[in-house]
Design a protein around this ligand. Structure first.
Ligand SMILES: NC(=O)c1ccc[n+]([C@@H]2O[C@H](COP(=O)([O-])OP(=O)(O)OC[C@H]3O[C@@H](n4cnc5c(N)ncnc54)[C@H](OP(=O)(O)O)[C@@H]3O)[C@@H](O)[C@H]2O)c1
Length: 378
């Protein structure tokens, strides 16, 4: 039987548009014949006319409801799951609003501003029997799935000992101080916005590839940060993580994850790799931005062995966000509260790493967005 998921879209900004466009793509084109998606409601915090404009611009079928408040959206009985697409600063309040109303939640990255907020959301989801996931779409790309499989099998590149992952965007001219990229009131900065993807690659290769019982958080976290002069948000952050084992797990040797992010430089100019996963027998290079990888190349150390490449296709001209939406739909169909590919525990460990990096470098956000109080008007 085909399972349909009814989505409610919370906020009408850039990523909400990209996500909904992907929801409209035909699942059959990506061999997903077991699920479908519909958007049944959209909410804008500014006005219902803005929500209606979003619906009209995207030609959403089935006459979705247009709401002028997030509260109305989360109380709509025709919505199964809320997609939260507000700035980081608002995720905790908005996700909690949806969970308290009994709705499942897919929440944009970074999950929350700090680990304490993430833990509370997870506790509420568990208690209320609701699905909750951080929307790290990259993890659901067929490319990411294949790369994790190569690492798990161990044969092609051997034991993974080091991963270098960068997401930098070559915006040397900088941002307007009000931009959510650098505005501290919106939890702006390279770390929470872009560095989360560098950390995603480090974690999905050095941590997630191990069986859950063998996953151990980094034993050391070292970092350095440069602040954006106009606002004090971070513009250039480098993180060095030591994991207690390699992967596949070998306790005799530790592994290193180096996650970097910066506004001013480019992570992959002229087709250079943005990620390198280095094993004892070779390396996997990932091409394209860390959030939307387009190709991988397996380069064996042994020169007699061939270099192998695989390119990611985006069926029906999609952006690639439909694979995470399909995961949500299948989890809801199967009554799962969390995805095995983006488990709660891992989102929390990554938030803890970001907390520690911010602590080491004195990056503090305003009290009300770091707060675990609810409700707080932002
Ligand atoms: N997965 C990805 O590849 C990806 C890419 C870009 C961004 N993101 C994430 O998605 C989230 C939103 O990013 P975006 O680029 O879509 O941002 P955006 O274009 O600025 O949109 C954010 C939306 O949030 C709502 N909002 C509520 N309170 C707000 C406030 N005080 N200030 C600004 N907006 C407010 C607004 O919608 P209403 O007026 O309709 O309520 C606004 O349009 C962020 O967490 C970001 O990290 C993810």
């Amino acid at each position: 039987m085909v399972h349909n998921t009814r989505w409610g879209i919370l906020a009408t900004g850039g990523i909400a548009k990209a996500f909904v466009k992907d929801l409209l793509k035909n699942p059959q084109t990506r061999n997903a014949s077991d699920i479908t998606h519909t958007v049944t409601a959209v909410a804008s915090s500014s006005s219902s006319s803005r929500a209606q404009e979003f619906i009209t611009d995207l030609s959403l079928p089935g006459m979705p409801k247009a709401y002028g408040s997030y509260e109305e959206l989360v109380n709509d009985p025709n919505v199964d799951v809320i997609y939260i697409a507000t700035p980081h600063s608002h995720h905790y309040q908005n996700a909690r609003l949806a969970l308290e109303a009994g709705k499942h939640v897919l929440c944009e990255k970074a999950f929350t501003v700090n680990a304490a907020q993430a833990k509370i959301l997870v506790d509420i989801a568990r208690k209320k029997n609701l699905f909750l996931m951080e929307a790290v779409w990259t993890r659901f790309f067929p490319l990411s799935v294949q790369v994790r499989d190569i690492i798990r099998k161990g044969g092609e590149i051997g034991e993974v000992v080091r991963v270098l992952a960068d997401l930098s965007i070559a915006n040397a001219d900088g941002f307007d101080v009000s931009s959510r990229m650098v505005n501290l009131d919106l939890a702006g900065g390279a770390l929470l916005d872009l560095g989360i993807y560098s950390l995603t690659w480090v974690f999905q290769t050095l941590y997630h590839t191990l069986p859950p019982s063998q996953r151990k958080p980094p034993s050391t976290i070292q970092s350095s940060m440069t602040k954006y002069p106009a606002t004090g948000a971070d513009e250039d952050t480098t993180i060095l993580l030591t994991f207690p084992t390699t992967t596949p797990a070998d306790d005799r040797r530790a592994s290193h994850g180096i996650a970097t992010t910066a506004f001013a430089v480019h992570s992959h100019p002229r087709g250079t790799p943005s990620i390198r996963i280095q094993g004892t027998k070779g390396e996997i290079q990932i091409f394209g931005p860390a959030f939307r990888p387009v190709k991988y190349r397996v380069v064996p150390v042994d020169e007699k062995k061939e270099i192998r490449e695989w390119e990611c296709e985006f069926p029906d001209g999609g952006h690639g966000m439909y694979w995470e939406a399909d995961e949500v739909a299948r989890c809801l169909r199967d009554g799962k509260l969390e995805s095995e590919r983006m488990p709660w525990e891992e989102s929390i460990v990554i938030m803890e790493v970001m907390d520690e990096v911010r602590r080491q470098n004195g990056l503090v956000y305003p009290e009300k967005i770091e707060s675990v109080e609810y409700p707080v008007a932002l």
